[in-house]
Design a protein around this ligand. Structure first.
Ligand SMILES: Cc1cc2nc3c(=O)[nH]c(=O)nc-3n(C[C@H](O)[C@H](O)[C@H](O)COP(=O)(O)O)c2cc1C
Length: 191
């Protein structure tokens, strides 16, 4: 069984990231040999990173803060990740980078795919996140989902309009297929 964590890369009120979760998890439900969990960084309560040493030197999840240890345990359970990534000022959100920086070994040798959005589909943020992922010894996959101008999809209540994401269904399936391939390969390699 391959275990995927879906990480919400924004925490602000009214965030678009959470609106994508049912769409993403419906796709994951189609795979019999996958389990998944959504990680909401709002719930993780990670402190702003201020450790005296890089998490790369921390052994066996012995981070100094309880919230970080709990987050590390969750990430350690995963074989692969789908990161839902907004683009803030042509870069990644601070809350997502803080989560990535807070731990190290638990990310290593695991596949990661991205679902991003923004005026150019979050293309810029995904390229930046791939660089960060490599330094975390992750395997960022080639396929991603880039949703363009998502604010145009919302109705007056702020919900995604029926069928608005249909055009991205294939991109999500292709990305998931590739993530499962790499996630499974790395699961075998780690064991
Ligand atoms: C601080 C901030 C900076 C932003 N910068 C960009 C940007 O550089 N490029 C872009 O396409 N959208 C940008 N946006 C618009 C976001 O793509 C849009 O608000 C999106 O919904 C943010 O994700 P979230 O709702 O999950 O927080 C920015 C939004 C915020 C809040």
């Amino acid at each position: 069984m391959l275990h995927i964590k879906v990480i919400l890369g924004s925490t602000r009120e009214g965030r678009f990231s959470e609106k994508l979760i049912p769409w993403i998890t419906n796709t994951l439900e189609e795979y019999k040999d996958i389990s998944y969990e959504v990680i909401d960084l709002r719930d993780s309560n990670l402190p702003f990173f201020d450790e005296p040493a890089s998490p790369a030197y921390v052994k066996d999840g012995n981070y100094t803060k309880k919230e970080v240890r709990e987050f590390a345990t969750k990430i350690g359970e995963a074989d692969a990740f789908i990161v839902v990534a907004p683009e803030y000022n042509h870069g990644y959100s601070a809350v997502l980078k803080n989560a990535l920086d807070s731990i190290y070994g638990e990310w290593n040798n695991k596949a990661v795919g991205f679902v991003s959005y923004g005026s150019v589909g979050g293309g810029r943020v995904v390229e930046q996140l791939r660089q960060v992922a490599v330094e975390l010894q992750m395997a960022p996959i080639r396929n991603a989902v880039h949703i363009q101008a998502p604010w145009l999809f919302l109705d007056e209540e702020g919900n995604i309009q029926e069928g608005a994401l249909d055009t991205y269904d294939k991109a999500l399936t292709d990305m998931t297929e590739q993530l499962v391939w790499w996630g499974t390969a790395l699961q075998h390699a780690r064991s």
